[in-house]
Write a new protein. Structure first.
Length: 386
């Protein structure tokens, strides 16, 4: 009974918080001054560009090495890159290093989806350009992009499907996670895509951005062009596990042993595997090794990672695993959401230099940990509002 009452209280608080967020945002959403990007697309149209990328880094916290990897990867794959920034001074280094990049003032309504709405509708008004564009990438800086980003951009660009993403999620409904989405010309010019952006209201709330933004965009694109290509899926992870050798298996299990969620779900299995591989010390305890083999471990890993990938948020549950197996970039909130500790991420992450790991460490520390969230914010954190 007590648990039921607590859930009712939490739902009520979230409902009131959402109403308050919408009310305070109403003037800005409906009456705020909108950015005009028509001049930008006039310039782009004259260049004959066939691939576009809209990059929306954090308004105040741009991580230089990550954006540098991303921009280099997009340019290497022949994208015309547009970067929306809140202040010119935060992107001075970007102008100096990449003079061919279009740096524009950021639309300050509706988070990344507000910026994308303004840019996409301006693009679609230029019908000649919209018909010519073969690929469009929408991407933010929620990830620590690494040295493998060029290959990653190439894989989504040449996937052979009408749209693509890095991660797909089935919770609470099927959707492509929106930190990087690629569309081809068919998806870009579809009626469902245009209707979605015409009707999207750029409120700032995180919950609104996820439900109306991320989920809504996936629904529109699925109606227009079926399901996307996803780089990380339960199948792609399973295939890589089957190819894993003994040395990589030990490294991979070390990652899993530090995942708080998985350890709570599979304590006995992980203990037995850890003992077999020498990761866990079992002094004074007898362990039956006869029923454990590398084939058994691979079978268990397949089962564990498939469930983790399909029944949870894969960027959190198997983010470091995907980094080790598929060279994927790591999500910037991996420690803040409570899956791994900061030191473990920095020790196990692959594809980053020592200087980049140092910058990641500073960023992870600034974002803090779940234990740092207290009081009313703790309730909002648990409910996914912050």
């Amino acid at each position: 009974m007590r648990g039921f009452i607590l859930r009712v209280v939490l739902v009520s608080i979230c409902f009131l918080f959402d109403i308050w967020s919408y009310l305070t945002d109403l003037p800005r959403v409906f009456f705020g001054k909108r950015k005009n990007y028509d001049g930008l697309f006039h310039k782009i149209e004259e260049t004959g560009a066939e691939r576009l990328a809209f990059v929306t880094p954090h308004p105040t916290n741009i991580l230089q090495f990550s954006i540098r990897h991303l921009v280099e990867a997009l340019l290497a794959n022949h994208y015309t890159v547009v970067v929306a920034v809140a202040k010119d001074e935060v992107a001075a280094w970007l102008k100096e290093e990449f003079p061919q990049v279009h740096i524009i003032p950021r639309e300050m309504r509706g988070r990344d989806f507000g910026v994308w709405k303004a840019l996409i509708l301006a693009l679609l008004r230029r019908q000649i350009l919209a018909r010519r564009v073969k690929n469009l990438i929408l991407v933010n800086d929620s990830l620590y992009f690494n040295k493998h980003t060029t290959a990653l951009i190439e894989s989504v660009t040449n996937c052979g499907k009408h749209w693509a993403c890095l991660y797909e999620s089935y919770v609470p409904v099927y959707h492509a996670q929106s930190f990087l989405i690629m569309l081809d010309n068919n998806a870009l010019n579809s009626v469902h895509f245009r209707k979605y952006w015409d009707s999207y209201l750029p409120f700032d709330g995180r919950h609104h951005t996820i439900v109306k933004g991320e989920f809504g965009l996936s629904r529109a694109l699925t109606k227009a062009a079926s399901l996307p290509f996803s780089v990380v899926t339960s199948r792609s992870l399973s295939q890589r596990i089957d190819e894993t050798n003994t040395k990589d298996m030990t490294s991979l299990m070390s990652v899993l042993f530090l995942n708080a969620q998985l350890v709570m779900q599979y304590p006995e299995q992980l203990r037995r595997i850890g003992t077999f591989l020498g990761i866990v010390s079992e002094t004074g305890r007898s362990v039956d090794r006869q029923d454990i083999s590398f084939d058994w471990i691979k079978h268990f890993l397949n089962e564990l990672l498939i469930k983790s990938c399909e029944l949870g948020n894969p960027t959190h549950t198997i983010g470091l695993v995907a980094n080790q197996l598929l060279n994927m970039p790591i999500k910037r909130d991996l420690a803040f959401r409570g899956t791994y500790q900061i030191a473990d991420i920095l020790r196990l992450a692959r594809g980053y230099s020592e200087e980049e790991l140092a910058a990641m460490g500073e960023d992870l520390r600034a974002r803090a940990l779940p234990v740092s969230v207290r009081g009313f914010n703790r309730l909002l954190f648990k409910a996914g509002r912050i």
